[in-house]
Design a protein. Structure first.
Length: 131
């Protein structure tokens, strides 16, 4: 792995830093949402806010999985790793296989959690209307 200041290096660095900045701002927004939860509010409001917070975390997790391949391309360009050489085909195949399997498993659980949280929010809103 070589780090030389070429055009590929700067493009890879730009891609990686952009993805990192997006992920970092999403995590900061998540922490700010956590801080907005007031435990002096009624229990239904707290439960609804926690469910909304869970939906936001699911959204950021999904977007992080979608942005991960772009970040990997940035690292490959940054480090000028040869992709189509004999020595790198097997490691890249394993990396891609693991990323795809991880994304599929995570997306399944995310979809289930998202449906559960939507149902929970609707139930809480119905309870708030009746109260």
């Amino acid at each position: 792995i070589e780090f030389r200041p070429t055009l590929d290096f700067y493009i890879g660095l730009s891609i990686f830093i952009a993805i990192l900045a997006i992920d970092y701002t999403c995590n900061i927004q998540y922490l700010l949402l956590i801080r907005k939860i007031k435990f002096t509010d009624p229990i239904l409001t707290i439960k609804k806010n926690v469910a909304i917070l869970g939906k936001y975390k699911i959204k950021t997790t999904r977007s992080a999985f979608l942005m991960a391949p772009i970040a990997v391309v940035g690292v490959i360009l940054l480090a000028q790793i040869p992709i189509l050489s004999r020595e790198s085909i097997l490691p890249f195949s394993i990396i891609i296989l693991v990323m795809v399997a991880s994304a599929i498993i995570t997306m399944r659980t995310i979809i289930q959690q998202h449906k559960k949280l939507n149902d929970e929010i609707l139930e809480i809103e119905a309870l708030e209307k009746n109260a």
